[in-house]
Design a protein around this ligand. Structure first.
Ligand code: KG4
Ligand code: ZN
Length: 341
């Protein structure tokens, strides 16, 4: 293995969902640039991500985004060690834009090419924090995003043990669906986070599913969403107690996430808990998790919670210094998992 602190310079590209992003990451921990073109405004009118619209927008903005990332980092293609891109999981049409662009650049500039797992990217967003120097294995990482709710025990760089995950909806998906039920703007997560500050989290008691031992470290949020829907139907739409419902729903999600994560952290004697993915931006989750554990709890800065290319560059660094190189015939894998190794 080469020295992990080798000063690699990696151009990373992320287009798996509704953010077009390009970043230059140095040595796996330093962000030289991280340009993110969000499509949220474009999809808000549909109340969710419209896949065909997403891929078309990626095509329009990918080159300007890459150019801006190179300019902000003050480097040229000759300075790059590698070009890395998200190959999955994600929307097939969106992934294809990033992967084909990265392949074209790697071929034209004779650069090594790496296809990176988006979930691993979220895990590595923690290595882009100021506290990264103090990370010691094993750590427990909760990845909570629009597409995933997974608990990984991380034994070393690139060595993951999958402990559990959602049996149905992802946590972010539940936030987005409940946001829609409550008439809040898309995406529901940040909107529920904001309005919950004015609500009473004990106003409604929504179910905390799969809390019994037989479910292990797995989660389930679809019953919770149904319970909110039933409650919403009891009200005249004009008199819906939105803030109380949002706060009570959020409390149920946070309770489930914290209970399972704390249990897993105790069972496996980890040095720290990491939380990554869009939902890790949630203030109630951050507060509750930190209060429930007496080991360090780390979160990425807000801009690195939701999708971005810097986290892909951080993950790519460890593969690159370990000698991994991918062939240019590598394809996108929309349902890619992060396997236990
Ligand atoms: O990681 P991400 O950008 O995309 C996926 O990989 O899925 O996560 C997006 C998800 C959305 O479901 C969004 O509602 C949720 O993260 N989210 C939040 C917050 N900010 C974003 N959920 C709860 N509280 C937030 N503050
Ligand atoms: Zn993501």
């Amino acid at each position: 293995m080469q020295h992990p602190e080798q000063l690699t310079r990696i151009l990373a590209i992320e287009t798996s969902c509704d953010e077009t992003s390009a970043a230059i990451v140095e040595g796996g921990t330093r962000i030289l640039s991280n340009v993110i073109a969000s499509q949220i405004d474009l999809h808000a009118q549909f109340g969710g991500v419209f896949p065909e619209v997403a891929s078309r927008r990626h095509i329009e903005v990918i080159y300007p985004v890459i150019e801006q990332a190179m300019q902000e980092a003050h480097i040229g293609f000759d300075d790059l060690d590698c070009i890395a891109v998200t190959v999955g999981p994600g929307l097939v049409g969106s992934l294809l834009v990033g992967v084909n662009t990265a392949k074209g650049l790697a071929l034209a500039r004779s650069k090594p090419f790496l296809g990176i797992n988006h979930i691993e990217g979220h895990i590595y967003s923690l290595w882009l924090t100021e506290d990264a120097q103090s990370i010691e294995f094993p750590v427990l990482t909760l990845v909570v995003s629009g597409g995933h709710t997974e608990l990984f025990l991380m034994h070393d760089h690139g060595r993951y043990q999958h402990l559990g995950g959602t049996l149905d909806d992802a946590a972010g998906e539940a936030f987005d669906k409940v946001g829609r039920l409550l008439g809040l703007p898309f995406p529901g997560g940040p909107a529920i986070d904001r309005i919950s500050a004015q609500g009473n989290p004990a106003a409604f008691h929504f179910p905390r599913a799969v809390m019994t031992d037989e479910y292990g470290y797995n989660f389930s949020f679809s019953g919770l969403k149904t319970a909110v829907m039933r409650q919403v139907k009891r009200y005249d739409p004009d008199r819906l107690p939105v803030a109380d419902m949002a706060a009570s729903f959020q409390a149920a999600v946070v309770d489930a996430l914290v209970t399972k994560t704390v249990q897993a952290a105790k069972d496996h004697g980890v040095t720290a808990v990491h939380i990554a993915g869009g939902v890790s931006a949630n203030r109630a989750l951050r507060m509750a998790m930190s209060a429930a554990l007496d080991i360090p709890v780390r979160y990425p800065p807000l801009i690195l919670c939701t999708d971005n290319a810097a986290m892909i560059g951080a993950a790519a660094h460890w593969h690159f210094v370990n000698g991994r190189r991918d062939q240019l015939n590598l394809d996108v894998i929309p349902s890619l998992q992060l396997a236990s190794v």
